[in-house]
Design a binder for this molecule. Structure first.
Ligand SMILES: [Zn+2]
Length: 493
């Protein structure tokens, strides 16, 4: 693309105009398809008092107009067409040409979220995102990154500024730097350079796509979409707790925001860990009728030389309160649900799970509550209290295991690595003997001396800590995966 045109566009986008006037619009730019004249509006502001004013044509001139104030009589001015004309950036041809320069084809509608940004999808599943003339650059970039994270595709983010440095810093803090290519608008005058960078970005994406295709995971599968965001899930799981602690003394609204966010992050984490999310069954997406924050499933596991491990059906309650409260109204709804499925044949052979993801909890209260809850559970229901740190580590380790499975494809089935922590019965198996130390419940605010033994007596209740997860993976990885049946892929699967 023409360097001069790009320079002009950059300066217009940087000057934060409310509207682009004739004096703002460089002559060379007016001759391009990137900018267009807007029709002159009827309604105006009176230049004297700021009140509403109406425009009237003059009989003897089509270049000048009479502006009459509606608020004060006598406020009447003559304005020229030149002062009234406004221009607008034409996003469609601009984004199209930016895409073409990058050797990709723009497709579909433009998401116009100006003045912050505009985004367009391209045929290679890549987003082109142009930062607009918003007064607050930082906010504009943040909105764009949030949009990209939601779309879960790689993106080129184009800034009208002269350098990408600030853009880079802002993106980096979002932990999605790996799928975002920041470029200045001016860079698009160097076509070969842009093509090369974009090719590298899409090649990575294509490579991952191949990996997923091999595993038979379709493009619409949420696992595919979330693949690029384990870092984001991890950082969210860490920062939400801090936010929660900071907001305790603030208004209730923040608590709700954190709750919905925590719930979404937990869902993303489970999807990333290869759980099936039962869409439309719970959570903020389904307000009013929700039983739980999420309903998760996990297919039957076939481990060679062993019995089959049955399908998992779990109800997730993401407790974002700094200390999880186990006797709230929402939780009793979940118990009603367990009562309901008790007689349902469909669930007979399933392993049922009541899962709580927590930042912190009171061990005594949790045990009191469990004693009531288990009366509602159908046979074969386990309750797991998973700490946010443990979930974070699962996501983290899953990331490195993915790398491992990519290298050693076929020999390792990483999908089953964490399944054991979601079933207290499985966790008592011999392979866990040396890592199944009981967590010290005094860490979880236990005050009664018998709390530890009460917990020890419950076979279908499991508290999963970060240490348990780390120990398990360390131990598993230090073995030869090829000979450990837990990691072997069953050929009939
Ligand atoms: Zn006036």
């Amino acid at each position: 693309m023409n360097r001069k045109t790009l320079d002009n566009l950059s300066s217009i986008l940087q000057s934060n105009p409310e509207r682009i006037s004739s004096s703002d619009a460089p002559k060379q730019l007016l001759d391009t398809k990137y900018i267009s004249k807007k029709p002159i509006p009827k309604s105006h502001r009176c230049p004297i008092c700021g009140g509403e004013a109406t425009l009237y044509g003059l009989e003897d001139s089509d270049k000048e107009f009479r502006l009459v104030c509606l608020d004060s009589q006598g406020h009447e001015t003559t304005v020229s067409e030149k002062d009234l004309i406004r221009y607008e950036i034409e996003l469609s041809p601009l984004l199209n040409d930016l895409a073409n320069t990058a050797n990709i084809t723009a497709t579909g509608e433009i998401a116009e979220l100006l003045p912050e940004f505009a985004a367009q999808r391209t045929e290679k599943d890549l987003l082109i995102c142009l930062i607009g003339p918003a007064k607050n650059y930082r906010n504009a970039v943040q909105s764009a990154v949030t949009y990209i994270v939601e779309k879960r595709v790689p993106a080129i983010v184009i800034t009208p500024r002269e350098s990408v440095e600030e853009l880079h810093d802002l993106i980096e803090s979002y932990a999605v730097a790996g799928i975002i290519l920041p470029l200045t608008l001016n860079t698009f005058s160097e076509e070969d350079y842009v093509k090369e960078l974009v090719k590298a970005l899409t090649a990575e994406h294509e490579y991952k796509k191949e990996l997923f295709d091999e595993q038979g995971i379709g493009k619409e599968d949420i696992r595919w979409k979330l693949e690029d965001h384990p870092s984001l899930i991890k950082s969210k799981l860490s920062t939400l707790r801090t936010l929660r602690e900071n907001s305790i003394n603030e208004q209730a609204g923040i608590g709700r925001t954190i709750w919905t966010e925590f719930e979404k992050v937990c869902k993303a984490a489970f999807a990333y860990l290869d759980f099936e999310l039962e869409v439309g069954q719970g959570g903020v997406d389904n307000e009013g009728s929700e039983v739980a924050d999420a309903v998760i499933g996990y297919p039957t596991m076939k481990i060679p030389d062993r019995v089959e491990i049955s399908r998992l059906h779990g109800i997730v309650d993401a407790k974002s309160a700094s200390k999880a409260d186990f006797d709230s109204e929402a939780v009793s709804k979940q118990l009603d649900y367990f009562d309901e499925i008790k007689g349902n044949k469909l669930y007979h052979s399933f392993t049922k799970l009541h899962l709580f993801v927590v930042f912190d909890f009171d061990a005594d209260k949790m045990l009191d509550w469990y004693e009531t809850a288990k009366l509602h559970y159908p046979d074969g229901t386990g309750m797991v209290v998973l700490t946010a740190e443990a979930l974070r580590s699962m996501v983290d380790l899953n990331q490195s295991l993915l790398t491992l499975s990519a290298v050693n494809r076929g020999a390792v089935d990483r999908r089953h690595v964490f399944r054991y922590f979601f079933d207290p019965q499985l966790y008592t198996r011999p392979e866990f003997a040396d890592i199944a130390d009981m967590p010290d419940l005094f860490r979880w605010n236990a005050t009664e001396s018998n709390t530890q033994s009460r917990y020890g007596a419950e076979d279908e209740l499991l508290i999963v800590t970060q240490k348990m997860v780390l120990d398990w993976v360390n131990r598993s990885r230090s073995r030869e995966h090829g000979t450990d049946p837990i990691f072997r892929v069953d050929s009939s699967d």
